[in-house]
Design a protein around this ligand. Sequence first.
Ligand code: HDD
Length: 730
Amino acid sequence: MAKRKAQQDPAVDQPENDKVRSLAPFMEDSTGERMNTNTGLLINDDQNSLKAGERGASLLEDFILREKITHFDHERIPERVVHARGSGAHGVFKLYKPLGEYTRANFLNDTEVETPVFVRFSTVAGSRGSTDLARDVRGFAVKFYTQEGNFDLVGNNMPVFFIQDAIKFPDLVHAVKPEPDNEIPQAASAHDTFWDFISVMPESAHMIMWLMSDRAIPRSYRMMEGFGVHTFRLVNAAGVSHFVKFHWKPLLGVHSVAWDEAQNISGKDPDFHRRDLWDAIESGSFPEWELGLQIVPEEDEFKFDFDLLDPTKIIPEELVPVQRIGKMTLNRNPENFFAETEQSAFHLGHVVPGIDFTNDPLLQGRLFSYTDTQLIRLGGPNFQEIPINRPIVPVHNNQRDGYMRQTINRGKVSYGPNALGDGFPIQSKVSEGGFASYPERIDARKVRARSKSFLDHFSQAKLFFNSQSDPEKDHIVDALSFELGKVQSGEVRQRMLGILSMIDSGLATQVAFKLRLPVPEDPELPMNRSIPADADPADYDPEVKEPSIASSAALSMANQPKDSIETRKIAFLAADGVDGTALQTVKSALENAGAVVEVISTRQNYLLSEANEQILVNHSLLTAASVLYDAVYVPGGTNSVAEIAADADGVHFLNEAFKHCKAIAADAGATQVIEATNFAKKVPDSFDDETVLMEGIVISEDPAQLSEWFIKAIAQHRFWDREKPRKVPA
Ligand code: HDD
């Protein structure tokens, strides 16, 4: 395969795999080449159109001008109707142990095979150019290129969904997208139509808790879980089926940013997540997730107090543990965003033998929607031939022609059965790898209806809320107060308070306080307008019950491992006269622990240390901001410290880092800077393991000791207790 050209050479080798190699024949590289037209004609002048005289009109004859402009005029394709904003990467999946007991899928049975994958992460509501840091669900779509064809796991970073039936998806999306009269607001759910819809759709209560939690503002795509959401089936070689829920567990843990920070990042670097994913792969810090399965035997289908087919429910990990069965590593950036990421087409109907569907009505509707949407977005039925979408196995069938057909099918026969072609292409027996749908028994009347077992809308919303730490609960209150605060309609706000009261009265009271509205006393069941015209509304009243377990540790990010600072970005604030030894000591210690250090100064390019050594400056205070980093350190050095302390942006950098609850370190000789901040009074008088882990602030005259404490503090990710009793301004 063509190697990347010198100017694109990444810092580390990004491994190839069968899928990546299959893309090679489609690649073009102009380095060292002459320019020609699309028909191969060498071009003599690409800068001046053909004219009747130097100042005369352009001539229609100019086929070079026409070709260039025509191609340009047709460059855009429709963006995805949802999940338009996204980023992709190549990688591999490796299985830990064979799963023959549950599935006959080859790639889940052979631990020797490395299955190539392409992954696309996305936000949902925003358009292609919108900010990465919107409060939103994140898409987590994985295409496995297996030896039995493509398997797409098209999930989200939240394990449940807003609605229980796919027929409501267009309504949900119309409600959340910018309002149709003025296209306001972009990439945000904080507006009337979204909350109006939610306020009359109590089935969304559980998902709303996730969406209002910090899960909706991830620190990085690399630090999110992924979920297949629906219950699927695994089917083994003997035809025995088990129910399964798919999980992706990030090895870096699950972490988020603060909401105020998210809003700032949206201005400072709207590509924050895209850049983070790209940079991590370029630098060789390949993101990793373990694939987890929750497996439920068929006979246990009705064992739970919720319906496995209801996509607004999780199976708590306490009831069915997640078995980690393999690892996905993203180790290669795409060569071309449009060709690969934008043209990738996912569909949860892309399955392999051994994986099958259930009757979840949301899943069933999705099985129609995804191919349908590619037909308009990618322009016709041959989208599967686009290089990124092709399976790594050859395709033989009798489908023919259509716009932009690439394959040249040989022979006269394009139908089956046939005798002229000796019957080829032939079907495969199940024993030869042929796919056969799981023969689920169905004996039913044709109805448009909702199962009564789908009417418990609040128990898991409660479970989620109860499982959060105090700071996480506060953030949910803040998020709801923000979102409903942006809503104009008093009725919508009031109805939402009714829904919140059903989840947790304390939650409803706190949000009501911020909105200065009464909490509904003795709340009635929220109105459910999502019912058939002829139905008795009472038949659709939510069933109010308590969760089967009081709380679930897996639902809180507070329980994530806090033992690593790998890939965390640390800002060093320094200027001329910095103590170069301290700076280098702390830098080496952090880098050895896997962090990325960037020096930020009052001016660009370089600075001079006390000892007159040149130190590379990555950014000036104009082009960087604390919201783009996980922690900040101020080295000593009299002149450097004085310059940073006198710079309003330097002090603001620290104030903001404190406000967003990040680890902060300073040399003992740099306290002048700390004294200039709003949080000077909150800095402990002395430092030891305990204060550092409580406060997240480290001051020491010994760079080695400082590094040790600072690393521990950064690994905590955030010190949310700082937000109490009130946030420090920044
Ligand atoms: Fe969907 C895209 C995930 C419900 C219809 N969806 C899309 C993507 C993800 C999801 C990750 C982006 C794929 C990519 O990167 O190209 N969608 C979900 C999840 C759902 C869900 C986890 C609920 C469990 N979706 C859902 C329903 C419908 C759709 C109920 C329609 C009935 N989704 C689509 C779509 C999209 C899409 C319109 C837009 C672009 C695309 O498919 O390729 O067909």
